[in-house]
Design a protein around this ligand. Structure first.
Ligand code: 4AD
Ligand code: MG
Length: 450
């Protein structure tokens, strides 16, 4: 901001107030940037009575001119000509001027956007959401809204929230003693979606390159710093595209949204580097400049097996790579993001394209230092017979996926896609340790406050 002779109007919430004999200083924040605006009130013009209600948390409108500041911590300040307190704020306001823990602030989730930390996270999240759309729009992708209520389980993992209007005190049952879903709202069992991928595929096989960006829901009983029950996912899907193209888009996409934050949120990134995670900004710069590492699951396991004494869960071929292993690969071996490919079929979803070895699938996970998996994706099985065989192997009911199978009958084509967990990406960029602090109202096991 630069000084101006025209009066301006500042509307916001009082962060702090300091009084000296002749002047009072009020720091006003309106969330537009990290630093508040300092308003200076000449005490010969404003009485004690005028200032009585100017307390931390109160909302005010101050009019005056911006002048160069004599203070060292801001370049301009507002020389107040008028002051109106709109909403008073009593002493029990929880955000008094002192450092609060993130745990405390989680309990006050309706007020935490007024803190420096959550203001910065909110602005960065906004930049990233906008960049998601810019990236795909600039690259010719079409934005598709896939349904949130779904009758199919994309990941086949059974971690779904059921959607029902049945009276739970009086559930209709059939003669076989099972719930009679024909009486339910949709006439069948329905759930909140875990992923928009399957529906996304149907649009990719018409529009070629599409993406979704919406909420997804998982009833996983995972009480960790990286899991939410409701999170946002970005899922591009590309027709005429193999795993190589998929990985290329994933890398370019991540670098694009990271760069957008460095460009637009310099002040917020400085804040994260100073108060949240030392060096987080430099790490991001480094990630943008260097190519991601690539390795197959089989090679990753060979590396990890040599260090099995360090892990809580020892690794051998065939087991899931856990977050401790993902962190080891990215932090100690590659020192940058790693894309692991060609996982064993038994630990991946039914829709992934089978490799010729019959044991592994064309899957890829992008692993990031500190967090582990942030992207999961694959080339899709586009051969009807192979897909049917795989579903049979896994005991999946073909009739529940009839349209997905039909897609392989009507002009099937190699296609690929991935899902980025939006909150994990925000965590990575900001350095915030717990995923519950990068979404406004986190939902997780035993927690649905607000
Ligand atoms: O690896 P996932 O389960 O992949 C899919 O859902 C595919 N259908 C995506 C696709 O190919 N279109 O989930 C994708 C990403 C993960 O890498 C992770 O970043 C995030 O979603 N994720 C979660 N984020 C927060 N809380 C959870 N419980 C998450 N589960 C997955
Ligand atoms: Mg995954």
């Amino acid at each position: 901001m630069t000084p101006s002779s025209e009066p301006i109007k500042a509307e916001g919430w009082v962060r702090t107030r300091r009084d000296s004999k002749n002047v009072s200083f009020i720091e006003i924040s309106d969330g537009s940037c990290l630093k508040g605006l300092q308003a200076v009130l000449d005490r010969s013009r404003f009485s004690d009575k005028d200032l009585e209600d100017v307390t931390t948390g109160s909302s005010v409108v101050v009019e005056g001119c911006l002048v160069s500041s004599q203070g060292s911590s801001q370049s301009v300040e507002l020389q107040a000509e008028s002051l109106t307190v709109i909403g008073t704020c009593p002493q029990d306001y929880p955000l008094q001027k002192k450092k609060h823990t993130v745990e405390f602030l989680r309990e006050k989730a309706y007020l935490r956007p007024r803190t420096n930390l959550f203001g910065a996270v909110t602005r960065v999240r906004n930049t990233m959401a906008y960049a998601v759309h810019s990236f795909f729009q600039e690259n010719g992708f079409v934005y598709v809204n896939t349904p949130l209520i779904s009758a199919s389980d994309c990941e086949g993992a059974g971690a779904q929230f059921q959607v029902t209007t049945l009276d739970l005190e009086n559930i209709p049952k059939g003669e076989d003693g099972k719930v009679d879903y024909s009486k339910d709202f949709f006439g069948k069992l329905a759930n909140l979606t875990v992923s928009g991928q399957l529906e996304g595929e149907t649009y990719a096989l018409a529009m070629k390159d599409i993406y979704t960006f919406g909420p997804t829901f998982r009833a996983e009983n995972s009480n960790t710093a990286r899991h939410l029950a409701e999170f946002w996912m970005i899922e591009p899907e590309m027709a005429f595209c193999t795993l190589e193209g998929d990985m290329d888009i994933a890398e370019r996409f991540l670098k694009y949204i990271f760069s957008a934050v460095l460009d637009k949120n310099a002040e917020d990134m400085e804040f994260f580097s100073r108060f949240v995670l030392a060096g987080v900004r430099e790490t991001l710069e480094h990630v943008i400049e260097s190519p991601f590492e690539h390795m197959t699951y089989t090679d990753a396991v060979k590396i990890l097996e040599r260090h099995n004494d360090r892990f809580e869960f020892p690794v051998r071929w065939g087991v899931e790579i856990q977050s401790e292993h993902e962190r080891f690969l990215t932090e100690e071996i590659a020192r940058r993001p790693v894309i692991v490919t060609d996982y064993p079929k038994d630990i991946k979803a039914f829709y992934m394209k089978m490799n010729d070895d019959g044991k592994t699938v064309r899957a890829m996970d992008v692993l990031a230092p500190r967090l582990g998996e942030i992207i999961g994706g694959s080339e899709r099985e586009y051969r009807l017979d192979v897909l049917k065989e795989r579903m049979k192997e896994l005991g999946l009911d073909e009739s529940a996926y009839w349209w997905y199978l039909d897609l392989r009958r009507y002009g099937s084509v190699p296609h690929s896609g991935f899902g980025l967990g939006f909150e994990r990406a925000v965590q990575y960029v900001t350095g915030v340790a717990n995923i519950r602090d990068v979404i406004p109202y986190p939902r997780y096991v035993k927690s649905c406050e607000y």
